[in-house]
Design a protein around this ligand. Sequence first.
Ligand SMILES: CC(C)(COP(=O)(O)OP(=O)(O)OC[C@H]1O[C@@H](n2cnc3c(N)ncnc32)[C@H](O)[C@@H]1OP(=O)(O)O)[C@@H](O)C(=O)NCCC(=O)NCCSC(=O)CCS(=O)O
Ligand code: FAD
Length: 405
Amino acid sequence: MHGLTEDQARLLGRAREVAQEAAAQAATTDRTEQYPWPMVRRMQEAGLMGLTIPRDQGGPGLSYFDAVLVIEELSAACSVCGRIAVESNMGALGAVMAYGTPEQRRIAAGLVLAGDKPAICITEPEAGSAATEMTTRAVRRGDEWVVDGVKHWITGGGVSRLHLIFARAFEDGRDLGIGGFLVVREGERDPPGLVIHRRIPSMGLKGMPEAEIRFEGLVVPDAMVLRPPGGFARGFGRLMDAYNGQRVGAATVALGIAAGAYGHALDYAQRRRQFGRPIAEFQGLGWMLADMSIKLEAARALVWRAARSAGPAGFPDRLAAAQAKVLAADTAIEVTNAALQIWGAAGYSRENPLERMVRDARMFAIAGGTAQVLRTQVAEQILGRKLPQTRDGFLRLEAARLAAD
Ligand SMILES: CC(C)(COP(=O)(O)OP(=O)(O)OC[C@H]1O[C@@H](n2cnc3c(N)ncnc32)[C@H](O)[C@@H]1OP(=O)(O)O)[C@@H](O)C(=O)NCCC(=O)NCCSC(=O)CCS(=O)O
Ligand SMILES: Cc1cc2nc3c(=O)[nH]c(=O)nc-3n(C[C@H](O)[C@H](O)[C@H](O)COP(=O)(O)OP(=O)(O)OC[C@H]3O[C@@H](n4cnc5c(N)ncnc54)[C@H](O)[C@@H]3O)c2cc1C
């Protein structure tokens, strides 16, 4: 690939070796719905977990862009492995590395380098896209906080050790805003008050558990509160700054799945013969392959641009991350479906990878901000104005403007 440094080309080579092993077990992971621990160990041995962890915390201190190269490669082979690479490089980890105390950073880095994929707990049954309407509460009690609430669709629930829990913080009855609370599960034992209530059956990415997690009087020491600059009052926004990294990661998994499916389609179209000639010679399929390649290159360009928008200690740009995720998610759905079509009945068979890739691709227009919500975020950024989504949102904005005049 052009534009890569020698180090990046070497890193990509390492990722390709692991991806070959990942490809060999992807169908089993899908069928058994088991978290692929052997692949986690393989990724860990190859140094692909915690690529973005700074050197002062024992990591290689690589960039989001470096991580994106690895994530695409793994995702083309095994989407679950790709998602593990996302959360072991971005999201909760990025937030802790940027905002954490030295002790919090030490704990997070140690866990990830030892093979943990942290979990990020934002979504609630009644607060999905409207994440700021979350009702999980953290109430201050001296030197600790008591957390109560329910989160669902938490990726890695039941296997992850480090949890970053978004909750509304209260002190002396006052609502301080939304903050991050760090909790570590020790092996298979859950801390008292953290209940992995149930695994949610999903359409794709079946080797990755999605869980409903309940917090029932979960005690978090004040030392495990993640405090971004601006404190709780600005907490949600600053945590979302970090989350833009994970949006780029999710976009990359979508891109990787699409690239993998495209590779299968290109290969099959040249191998499969009908009417005495390779099916690739039929113009209908040639144009499908052409469109797939164009969409892939466009999605890759946006993903790379978003990954590269991150400064040395910063996160990817919010607009670039949203644009990349919207395009990559749509591309993954379109390209995997087209690839399945090119394979005909063989594509529809569970004996081949494409039906799995179609299922795996579907989540990215939903998770991490839906295709609709992210389009609104893009519109807000290009228009340079807030577009409130609640019924009284514009009235409130106007009232605030009048009060400021
Ligand atoms: C942001 C939303 C939840 C909309 O809610 P609101 O309208 O109440 O919020 P806003 O006023 O727009 O924002 C509040 C605050 O946050 C800042 N903000 C919001 N988004 C970002 C961002 N991407 N980057 C930086 N800052 C951001 C905003 O500027 C405000 O800051 P100030 O208070 O002004 O300082 C909604 O639009 C939304 O994003 N919903 C999607 C929720 C989501 O993405 N959930 C992901 C859950 S984790 C997951 O799904 C993992 C899946 S995976 O594939 O890994
Ligand atoms: C596989 C998977 C993994 C996930 N992992 C995590 C995780 O690790 N941690 C976590 O916290 N969450 C996770 N989520 C949850 C995910 O972030 C939410 O599903 C997502 O934010 C949308 O919320 P919702 O599903 O409640 O949909 P809703 O918000 O109920 O939306 C339903 C529909 O309404 C549309 N809609 C809603 N509001 C608007 C609007 N203002 N304008 C236009 N359309 C709108 C949506 O686009 C969607 O089509 C995961 C979800 C999935 C599927």
